[in-house]
Ligand binder design. Structure first.
Ligand code: ZN
Length: 282
């Protein structure tokens, strides 16, 4: 089993979102020796962007991502326009806190629609419209393919192949967040991770983030029942080897939405278990 050392660990603040504010999370992770954090925009808004930037820099944390931009599809032009504006704002926030990427959860079907192909076109066009602003700001956009159970309401990009196709079509400034929870089941996963690695050029890597947790059996809630690494069925060392073979050298970001378990525990204990499991199971 590969030994992971603490220097490669980041914790997505969703993992302690029920317990900790942004300041508390930054201080708590740093106190435990965790070098990275990923930030959520609602927590960022609550803290204030300037104050958050000071806290994160003060704790010396690497910000592995800002969650999240995206949600492009809309029922009408006003909605499409609002989504682009909000994404431009998210890019600026990501720059302000020194995030390594802005994570895109691309959105699902607009209200009243059954046309998933049209939603996917809106996603492609929306990212295309956002990219010039992101490139000018030097903020990479990371498409996060989501498990197909979220295709209707969260993301109609559901496989790494789809994300790779979008990156091929739209070009520089766009990459992928590989979240094991969403892609572990995919028979093409190894091949598409390799494809993402092969697409790196001019120092620009396509795999921009690596999110870890586990898939519990049974899963009791579609959104809020993710498992701690080691408690489920995902072969984490194998997927880690694939992303590293594809050239990924960034941190491993623990992202656990867990309303009935981890969100009810002492957050310092949650962080301690993240560290232990990252060592023993990843
Ligand atoms: Zn994720």
């Amino acid at each position: 089993m590969a030994m992971a050392d603490l220097s490669q660990l980041s914790i997505n603040q969703a993992t302690t979102r029920a317990q900790w504010t942004l300041r508390e999370a930054a201080e708590g992770y740093a106190r435990a020796g965790v070098p990275g954090i990923a930030v959520w925009r609602d927590k960022l808004a609550e803290c204030g962007v300037g104050e958050a930037a000071r806290i994160l820099a003060g704790e010396g944390l690497t910000v592995t991502g800002l969650c999240r931009g995206g949600m492009f599809p809309a029922a009408d032009p006003t909605g499409l326009r609002a989504a682009i504006d909000d994404n431009r704002h998210a890019v600026d926030e990501a720059v302000a806190i020194g995030a390594q990427c802005l994570v895109l959860v691309v959105g699902g079907l607009p209200a009243g629609s059954k046309d998933i192909a049209a939603a996917r076109e809106m996603v492609r066009d929306g990212i295309g419209e956002l990219l010039p602003h992101a490139r000018a700001a030097v903020m990479p956009l990371a498409i996060e393919p989501l498990h197909p159970m979220y295709a209707a309401d969260r993301a109609c990009v559901n496989t790494l192949a789809q994300a790779n196709d979008l990156c091929d079509a739209l070009g520089e400034g766009l990459g992928i967040a590989v979240d094991v929870y969403h892609v572990w089941w995919d028979p093409d996963l190894e091949r598409e991770i390799r494809r993402a690695g092969d697409a790196a050029r001019d120092g620009h890597k396509r795999i921009l983030a690596f999110h870890i947790c586990d898939w519990l059996v049974p899963t009791t809630d579609l959104l809020l029942d993710r498992g701690m690494m080691g408690d489920g069925v995902i072969d984490l060392p194998k997927i880690r080897r694939w992303v590293e073979a594809a050239g990924y050298e960034g941190l491993h970001e623990v992202e656990i939405f867990s309303a009935e378990n981890w969100w009810k525990r002492d957050p310092d204990e949650v962080v301690r278990v993240c560290i232990e499991r990252h060592h023993s199971c990843c």
